[in-house]
Design a protein around this ligand. Structure first.
Ligand code: 0X9
Ligand code: ZN
Length: 399
């Protein structure tokens, strides 16, 4: 059973909906490590409150006169029920990706980290003229961070960078990244004029942890010396206005870490990106959820990103192509205004340090109905729409 022990961890954890005037208080409680925010768009906030901070959170909301509503009394039981529904469907397809053979990413099933590695190993061997897979470094717990380089048909000086899986619980992100790799090696023409670099799983330790212990884990698996809580939010750990709109509390879901690039995962990504600096024309970080294409800056609402007009125009090429593909609506938004102020993310660093012209964080499906627990039935269609979006963008910026 996927993440069965994960459910135990949630005994008596609650999920509440907090009224719209509560977003500032919620942000403060998030930074203080008292709760976890499960949505960001829309007016109300859905939060997960652990037993140890129930009273403090209640008091803070009551003091501020903010109403809240209990959505889930017992998250453990809720996740268990959702898991049982999906179990049969999941086991059906598993046999097509095993240690001895994994020719394609799974469609009806999220892949384990091992399955991802088997797939990357197999395509690397079977399509040597199309792809080169190499490790760019190791995670805190020693897992490889794999980089897939999809080769153009002729030498090119243009490169595209896709990052996926930086947040552990956003399972659709690595799933889509693996399908994009598969599209690119089987459909040779669409990306033949650019070098495409894809990191399908940037936070392997966190991902493995979501499979066996805590399905809603977000951070990496750093043991924070001296603190009672583990993990650093890898999307707060980049050296770009480090510490703004993030937290220095290890118990917070948005803990920035002791210093910028303190984590081996962000260091590995940084170093690989720096090598491509002059050639990168597009950097896309795949996250979930919200169906939003976010452009910088994320660290401030007061400053405009260079080339904002072009970022929006190309963003619209993306969302239009997505809509044409499956009918799914994505919106182009500024990260700080559309979501919240948060620094130390991949996007701001790429724009500031690499001067890449087109930089986005893409929040994939859905808009909150299933959220992080998005049904695997979405994998194929979501991959298809993102594939269309990316190929149209590449075409447009190279036209
Ligand atoms: O908060 C984040 O890291 C991203 N959203 S998520 O729900 N996937 O965690 C948004 C990041 C947007 N970019 C910046 N704020 N710089
Ligand atoms: Zn994320």
């Amino acid at each position: 059973c996927v993440g069965c022990s994960a459910h135990l961890n949630y005994t008596v954890r609650k999920v509440w909906r907090v009224g719209s005037r509560g977003s500032n208080v919620v942000q403060q409680l998030l930074v203080a490590g008292m709760l976890d925010v499960l949505n960001h768009s829309g007016s109300s906030r859905t939060v997960r409150v652990p037993p140890e901070s129930l009273t403090e959170v209640k008091d803070a909301l009551q003091d501020a006169g903010i109403p809240y509503q209990v959505l889930i009394h017992d998250l453990a039981a809720h996740l268990q029920a959702a898991d049982e529904e999906g179990r049969e469907r999941r086991s059906a397809d598993n046999s097509s990706c095993t240690v001895s053979s994994c020719p394609a990413p799974l469609n009806t099933h999220y892949m384990t980290f091992s399955q991802m590695e088997w797939y990357l190993r197999d395509v690397n061997t079977s399509s040597p003229t199309r792809i080169t897979v190499s490790s760019i470094g190791k995670s805190v717990e020693g897992r490889n961070i794999w980089l897939a380089h999809i080769l153009p048909s002729q030498p090119s000086d243009k490169a595209v960078w896709l990052e996926a899986g930086l947040h552990a619980r956003e399972w659709i992100s690595p799933a889509v990244a693996l399908h994009l790799i598969h599209h690119m090696i089987t459909n040779t023409s669409a990306t033949s004029s650019v070098d495409v670099f894809i990191v399908p799983m940037a936070n392997p330790d966190g991902y493995v942890y979501t499979w066996i212990t805590d399905r809603l884990w977000r951070k990496n698996r750093r043991v924070n010396g001296g603190a009672r809580c583990d993990g650093v939010d890898l999307n707060r750990n980049w050296d770009s206005h480090f510490g703004v709109g993030a937290s220095n509390n290890p118990c917070s879901e948005v803990y920035q870490g002791p210093s910028a690039f303190s984590e081996p995962e962000t260091k590995a990504l940084r170093d690989a990106m720096l090598k491509l600096k002059d050639n990168l024309e597009l950097v896309l970080a795949l996250h979930s959820y919200g169906q939003d294409l976010l452009y910088p800056w994320g660290w401030s609402t007061g400053e405009e990103a260079p080339g904002k007009h072009d970022l929006i125009a190309i963003g619209q090429v993306f969302t239009q192509a997505v809509k044409n593909a499956t009918g799914t609506e994505y919106a182009v938004k500024n990260a700080a205004e559309g979501y919240y102020v948060a620094s130390g993310a991949t996007d701001d660093w790429a724009m500031e340090a690499l001067h890449t012209k087109y930089v986005y964080t893409l929040e994939l499906r859905d808009q909150g109905r299933q959220g992080f627990l998005l049904e695997p039935a979405n994998i194929l269609a979501c991959s298809e729409e993102i594939w269309q979006g990316i190929t149209q963008v590449i075409k447009k910026i190279n036209a």
